[in-house]
Design a protein around this ligand. Structure first.
Ligand SMILES: [Zn+2]
Ligand SMILES: [Zn+2]
Length: 144
C-alpha cells in the first residue's frame, strides 16, 4: 500500500474513501475479485455500496496502475510492480486453485512493441493472460 499512499498524496482529493477502501479490499484478497464481491465486502448493514460505484473506483485504480483487470475472469488484482498503466504485464492464471501471478518481462515488452508496430495496432491495454496450472497444483496432482 506504500505506493498507493504516495499516489494518494499526489492526487490528494481524488483518492476518495471508496477508492481507498476498494483498493484495500482488492489488496487483502489473495485471489482476483469481481466488482460485485468487492461491493459486497464494502457494504455494511443498512448501507449498501452499489457495484456501479465500485466499477468507477476500479476504473480510477486501473488507470493509475494500482490494480489490473483480468479480462478472462472479469476480476481485479492489486499490482505491486510500480509500472505505468501503459506497460505490459503477464498474468499466469491457475485453473485449479485460481491463483494469479503477475510477472513482467522486458523481453515480452520488446517483442510486443515490435509486433504492435508491425501490425500498426494501438493497444488499449497490454495485458497477456495465460491460463494453466501453477507449480503448486502440478505438485499436488503428482502426489495424489
Ligand atoms: Zn502490474
Ligand atoms: Zn494452482
Amino acid at each position: 500500500m506504500a505506493r498507493a499512499e504516495r499516489l494518494a498524496q499526489d492526487l490528494s482529493l481524488q483518492f476518495t474513501t471508496l477508492r481507498r477502501r476498494t483498493l484495500e479490499v482488492v489488496a487483502e484478497e489473495g485471489r482476483p475479485l469481481g466488482a460485485y464481491d468487492i461491493a459486497e465486502r464494502l457494504s455494511a448493514p443498512g448501507k449498501r455500496v452499489a457495484a456501479v460505484s465500485v466499477y468507477r473506483a476500479l476504473d480510477f485504480l486501473t488507470e493509475h496502475g494500482l490494480v489490473h483487470r483480468i479480462a478472462s475472469r472479469n476480476a481485479f488484482v492489486p499490482c505491486e510492480h510500480g509500472h505505468g498503466a501503459g506497460e505490459s504485464a503477464v498474468f499466469l492464471i491457475c485453473r485449479s486453485c485460481g491463483s494469479v501471478d503477475e510477472t513482467i518481462s522486458a523481453e515480452i515488452e520488446r517483442s510486443l512493441d515490435h509486433t504492435l508496430a508491425q501490425a500498426g495496432f494501438k493497444p488499449a491495454s497490454r495485458i497477456v493472460e495465460i491460463e494453466g496450472e501453477c507449480g503448486a497444483c502440478q505438485g499436488r496432482q503428482e502426489e495424489g
